[in-house]
Design a protein around this ligand. Structure first.
Ligand code: AMP
Length: 313
């Protein structure tokens, strides 16, 4: 098992969905990412919050064994994001983004953090992701996530980061926006050609596509009857993926396939409640049960091609 490191946003989110709303609830890409990883491997968090950030949230990270030495608490307001989802909850609509203390944040890794072997550059300004990347000594796997805001406004900076990471995650809209390809297979291949040897395109309730040089894997999402709040699904997916690879300790193509399946399962819990409520309650037994469900979904009965031989005359 190897140590993991996460940098990204630590936020107070105000979210409205057809199933309710929360105000200033704990959120942020690094919060979801680190809690997801903590189910599998030791992890530390690099980021910044303001004086308004509750001690309870920091206690929650610590209670999950998440290293908080890299979490700066500075004068000013914590990053805030407000958004809403329409009935099908397929995509988040941003109402406001206030970077606040992130505007002047300079990440500084400790010598131990710089040696992390498994790193998740969760969604935040690409310049901050690059700064962390440049401080890493010899990571085994660096995974990168982003969002439409940075693709739209910071594409050149983001491209520099993409070219240097091993694993790129995007949702389907982002992959189309970034690559200009409407077809997701073309988009995935274009990203694979930029440097990352692993590309994951997330399709929400329709699962995820994994691209590696050895081939493509399509993983279904877990069919869920109750989805309350999709916020953090992508970050939890990535955290589950990186955390499981850190637990296995070796990034082989087969392990990456397994890890994408684990990311799928972890994300399926996050969406069942608001904020990090479900992800922090998640037990090992629940996770094992959902992995068994996914195993069944991914094993259709084998079809003998001979049964499809063309009809004669
Ligand atoms: P997702 O996994 O894509 O649903 O990520 C949701 C999280 O992203 C929320 O908790 C937000 O706080 C965070 N977020 C939203 N906009 C940004 C941004 N511009 N930079 C960093 N994090 C963000």
């Amino acid at each position: 098992m190897s140590d993991a490191l996460v940098i990204g946003s630590i936020a107070l989110d105000s979210v409205r969905t057809p199933h309710g709303e929360v105000k200033d609830a704990l959120g942020g890409s690094a919060s979801y990412g680190s809690v997801a990883i903590s189910h599998f491997a030791p992890v530390s968090l690099v980021g910044v919050v303001g004086r308004d950030f509750s001690e309870e949230h920091i206690a929650l990270f610590r209670s999950r064994g998440i290293g908080t030495d890299g979490l700066q608490i500075v004068d000013g307001q914590t990053f805030r994001w407000a958004g809403y989802y329409e009935r099908n909850m397929a995509r988040a609509h941003t109402i406001s983004t206030h970077l606040n203390v992130f505007e002047h944040f300079v990440p500084k890794l400790s010598p131990a953090q710089a040696k992390a072997r498994f790193v998740f550059l969760a969604n935040i300004h690409p310049a901050l992701q690059l700064s962390v990347l440049e401080q890493l000594k010899s990571p085994e796997l660096v995974a990168l996530d982003t969002m439409n805001l940075w693709i739209g406004h910071e594409k050149a900076a983001l491209t520099k980061v993409i070219e240097r990471v091993h694993l790129m995650l995007m949702n389907e809209d982002e992959a189309r926006q970034y690559t200009g390809h409407d077809n997701l297979i073309e988009a995935g291949k274009a990203l694979l050609g930029m440097g990352p040897r692993i590309v994951v395109i997330k399709k929400g309730e329709h699962g995820a596509l994994l691209f590696q040089n050895s081939g493509l894997l399509a993983v279904p999402a877990i069919p869920l009857q109750s989805v309350k709040d999709p916020t953090g699904a992508g970050d939890s997916f990535a955290g589950g993926l990186v955390g499981y690879l850190a637990k296995l300790g070796e990034v082989t193509d087969d392990n990456v396939r397994r890890a994408v399946a684990i990311g799928t399962c972890v994300a399926s819990f996050t969406v069942e409640d608001f904020s990090l409520n479900r992800l922090t309650r998640l037990t090992g037994a629940e996770l094992r049960e959902r992995v068994a469900t996914l195993n069944k979904l991914m094993t259709p009965p084998a079809i003998d091609p001979k049964t499809l031989e063309a009809r004669q005359g």
